[in-house]
Design a protein around this ligand. Sequence first.
Ligand SMILES: Cc1cc2nc3c(=O)[nH]c(=O)nc-3n(C[C@H](O)[C@H](O)[C@H](O)COP(=O)(O)O)c2cc1C
Length: 312
Amino acid sequence: MKLNKPLNVSIAGLEFNSPLILASGILGVSPPTMHILADYGMGGITTKSIGPVKRKGYPNPSIIGLGNDTFLNAVGLANPGIERFSHEITEIKKKEGLVVIVSVFGDNSNDFARTASLAEKAGADAIEINISCPHAEVSSIGVDPKITFEYVRAVKKAIHCPLFVKLTPNVTDIVKIGMSAEKAGADALVAINTVSGLAIDINTHRPILAHGIGGLSGRAIKPIGVRHVFNLSKAVSIPIIGCGGIFNYEDVLEYFLAGASAVQLGSCLYYGYDIITQIRDNLIRYLETRKLDSISQLTGLAHHYKEIGFDD
Ligand SMILES: Cc1cc2nc3c(=O)[nH]c(=O)nc-3n(C[C@H](O)[C@H](O)[C@H](O)COP(=O)(O)O)c2cc1C
């Protein structure tokens, strides 16, 4: 595969040949699908969140469209369990030039650590911990700096590869959580997971999703993600991977300017895989037009603006 030099990024020592990474839980995790994504321009993939044992998830309806490229889901972390999934990791890893990030979760910090360790043994290049899904039990971890520290520390001790921590926007101050994760040894942060939300059927008078509360994704959440990346990047020195509402190359650039070093694509894949190639090619064109050698030169540039004071 042709390497797109201006789009090469390095995160925690891992070299990505594109800053576009598949977000967790968006597509199935079959190795052929993951391999095709690399051909369309993804530099890395994040697997569905995998737990220590098989989990069925919530009944349908588990995802609904709300219009304007915005979705609400409560899939409930359905997954086959790490023992069965290990083989898939090894298969996905066979694609040259594709960075494989395995998202893990569990019922306690030992579960997280054991699942992460098995995923690494199966071939994961990095582990991402899901402490942020708003409709599952893990949501209680990523809202508390002390608990976040405990979980990050436990996983960090169990693995040798880089550790990414995926943060929730459903907190008063995401910066405190991000700083705590960094202190505990996180190698990068991923911001953001879905925004907690609820949709109600006016005819049945009940929540539409079987689980009730869900996580909002898609176009509507982009400004929330960009804002959180902006604030986090002022406070931490580890790289940040932006996620939430990216549908075109301009969205990617916004995340970079806010402080991201790479991005994850989720809901936009509703439009098919061609969108990945379009975003990639438009990013290259943007950089060429502005005579920039690398997309990394844009990281955090929006921090140089001066806030306009009321008494000026
Ligand atoms: C159907 C669905 C399932 C998801 N499953 C997971 C998951 O298993 N683990 C996780 O960390 N995030 C999960 N997410 C969150 C996404 O990875 C991403 O953070 C979120 O959708 C925001 O990005 P987007 O607006 O580009 O979709 C899921 C999102 C959707 C829509």
